[in-house]
Design a binder for this molecule. Sequence first.
Ligand code: GLN
Length: 447
Amino acid sequence: ERYLASIGDQRYLNIYVEVFADEALDRAREQDGRRRAGAKLGRLAGIVLSIKDVICYAGHGVSAGSAMLEDFVSPYTATALQRLLDEDAIVIGRTNCDEFAMGSGNENSHYGPTRNAADPARVPGGSSGGAAVSVQANTCLMAVGSSTGGSVRQPASFCGLYGFKPTYGRISRYGLIAYGSSFDQIGLLARDPTDIALGLELMAGADNFDATAPNRPVPLYSKATSEGPKRIAYFADILKNEKVDGVIRQTTESALKELRDAGHTVEPVTFDYFDYVVPTYYVLTTAEASSNLSRYDGMRYGYRSAEAETLEETYKQSRSEGFGTEVQRRILLGTFVLSSGYYDAFYGKAQRARRVIQEQLRGILADYDFILMPVSPSQPWPVGEQIDDPVANYLADIYTVLANLAGLPAIAIPAGNDPEDHLPVGYQLMADLWQEEELLSFVCRTK
Ligand code: GLN
């Protein structure tokens, strides 16, 4: 009831696409009844979560922030969500996001922008912007989001939270609406990393419905402890980069100093490919998106243009009217880079670049436990300021897309507020593939 009141008081933040108020209350009361009767409850009994509007929940709407799916009701539940529900989690609603998770400011949603609770004139980050503000504004305890190139860490950092994306494949993608399938992962946003560790423990692991979620044992992340000094690498070039906001450089430097003072080894390393990171990411993800989004054809499901008369017109008009500007831009880009004659020059080359980027990062992580770096080069910008400059938005993804290109686990860590404008600041830690136990237990130890 307190969370629902909090949602009611903060409608101006535009956090939720839909609130499941009655259902959440019924579930809470039903659990209370079972508790009074002495029954054993699940590990998430009484825990209220929000889900990003890209996660399928049987019998509930899911729109990916798009007019294309505005009236769509999911016939099935995402595996990761089902595992949380089986432990008695209560889902309070579905959160606003950039359309099909394409964006960095939550400004590309069919439902309008979500606002940062620290300063409602500014963006909360994206694409899981509603997810971040749902926790920041105290409307739930933890948010389930998704990351293709930073959509969990960046909004978490813009809103003063922890935001975690696991190794690619750690959590089943079954029931997560696809953007770039070889990048997409479900992630979590919360005030405390121990909550994230528990959530991951419950969601992770093999799934017959997702061949990319391998059958590896799932460690008890919530019980893991971290001991001894660690080896932490950082990119010295970033700290000299004028394009990185001053407060972000200072935050990164003081995080490094604190760790050094605490006895950890902290050393600079070089990474040669920063110039190629954003182009590689946008070639590959737009290619995958153009393929994934071809299913929205106005025939099978989703929006259908009322004007169209022939099959060809149905395809064209439904897609032209149903998709927003950014999604159309990416479908066009992706179709271009996959087209014959250009495939090798763009798509093939980007795949090779991805491999080279991954190898260099994993080479560093063979010598170090973690890499520490900023989440974003800039702080939350005013709503509307960058809307006509997609390239500015793309470039701001430089530090988050690395982990998704390489499939690595990474977590954004809040580090207080900018003393001048009081906006939250953070940094991130990245670890080698499947090292989320090390990463989360270290973050829990040093929080
Ligand atoms: N900002 C990036 C993009 O627009 C990442 C989004 C995401 O992780 N879903 O593609």
